[in-house]
Unconditional design. Structure first.
Length: 378
């Protein structure tokens, strides 16, 4: 594409953006790198409609970068609770803490310094640089990659290194000129509203005259994304261990649920989860019951564990795993002093009443299943 054609494409996209852009709360705060940073992190893998209420509550709770930096991790996870992909929240928290520690609480203008912050990759750095500082920094996310592969007719597999290099080079060339922040946002907006994954609205697209895929009728075939391997199946047991109105929760310390509270839980095939030596049985039921026993013991919880599940199995899909969770109940729960468990109050809908505690969505689902099942544990 010649410089003149690039100029025409930029102008068409900017003109379209001025008339079509949605009123989104982070756009009103384009000069505030903290507010834009929060929005960019929340929008990774999450739809705008889902993000909106979380964004409002999060910024009300932590109105400034310093307020977030000074918050405890439990508070941050509590405010993020339900939005999923909790690693994002932990990285955002570490990132703002580093901005306070190293840059006096101001997000650095220097691109290299920005990109060295925890959780800030090339995309987030580019969004902050272009939207907040007016710098000609490119961005390539799923939306932008889709648009670029279509406009330029790029038919090589999207994850390949060479494809990625080419997309970044194109984004770098296109962002140069007036209003780089608005230009990047016009691409994101086009991907959300017009150049959608399925049935792109090519006739209403400001880039239609330049678009190779439209001319060749290949819009819906691009970008080329190799089939994903299906998520692995895993079988778990969770125990709703109660004492009166309270339920035992343990703080996760693994990569998946680290910093969040959840029910005592373990994989059915974890070491040591075979049937108890005294059980004399090797049935799936006996193996699961013994896994439930082990989940309680490893959380430092004692109590009266029921023999049968208290609810039908709960299905839950994570990005790379498809979980089936067998739900057991235990009453008269007691916590060992050295354990990581806490007794938290849970209301009739399975919602934890304790503020400032992040609860994984899977735990909400299991509590709700136990509550709705005919044979409740409580
Ligand atoms: S013309 Fe169609 S395929 Fe090309 S950028 Fe526009 S919406 Fe996407």
């Amino acid at each position: 594409m010649s410089a003149e054609e690039i100029g025409r494409l930029r102008a068409a996209l900017l003109g379209w953006y001025d008339g079509a852009k949605r009123d989104l709360p982070w756009r009103e705060r384009a000069g505030d790198p903290y507010a834009v940073w929060v929005s960019e992190v929340m929008l990774q893998q999450t739809r705008v409609d889902t993000v909106l209420p979380y964004y409002a509550r999060f910024l009300e709770r932590f109105p400034t970068l310093r307020a977030l930096a000074e918050a405890r991790e439990d508070e941050v996870m509590g405010a993020w609770s339900g939005l999923g992909y909790y690693r994002r929240a932990r990285l955002l928290h570490s990132g703002v803490r580093e901005v306070v520690a190293r840059y006096g609480g101001e997000v650095p203008v220097d691109p290299q310094a920005r990109r060295s912050l925890p959780g800030v990759g090339r995309y987030t750095a580019g969004a902050l640089g272009s939207v907040c500082f007016g710098l000609e920094e490119p961005i390539v996310d799923g939306n932008v990659a889709r648009i670029l592969t279509r406009i330029f007719g790029i038919a090589s597999p999207l994850p390949e290194r060479e494809t990625q290099k080419r997309l970044w080079a194109l984004a770098e060339a296109l962002v140069v000129g007036e209003r780089p922040g608005d230009f990047n946002q016009s691409m994101m907006e086009l991907g959300a509203l017009v150049c959608t994954v399925k049935r792109p609205k090519c006739d209403a697209c400001p880039a239609r005259d330049a678009c190779v895929a439209r001319a060749e009728g290949t819009s819906e075939q691009l970008p080329l994304i190799p089939r994903k391997t299906p998520p692995q199946r895993a079988e778990l047991v969770a125990v709703v261990a109660t004492r009166g109105e309270r339920v035992v929760m343990v703080r996760g310390d693994d990569a998946l649920f680290g910093g969040l509270y959840g029910l005592p839980m373990t994989a059915v095939d974890a070491p040591g989860t075979g049937p108890a030596p005294s059980s004399g049985a090797d049935t799936p039921d006996a193996v699961r019951h013994n896994a439930a026993r082990l989940a309680l013991a490893s959380a430092g919880v004692s109590g009266r564990l029921g023999r049968e599940p208290v609810a039908p199995p709960v299905s839950h899909v994570l990005s790379h795993r498809r979980l089936t969770v067998h739900v057991y109940g235990a009453t008269h729960a007691r916590l060992a002093e050295a354990g990581s468990g806490r007794l938290l109050e849970v209301d009739a809908h399975g919602v934890v009443r304790t503020p400032d505690v992040g609860i994984a969505r899977l735990t909400h689902k299991v509590l709700e299943a136990a509550r709705s099942a005919p044979r409740s544990t409580r």
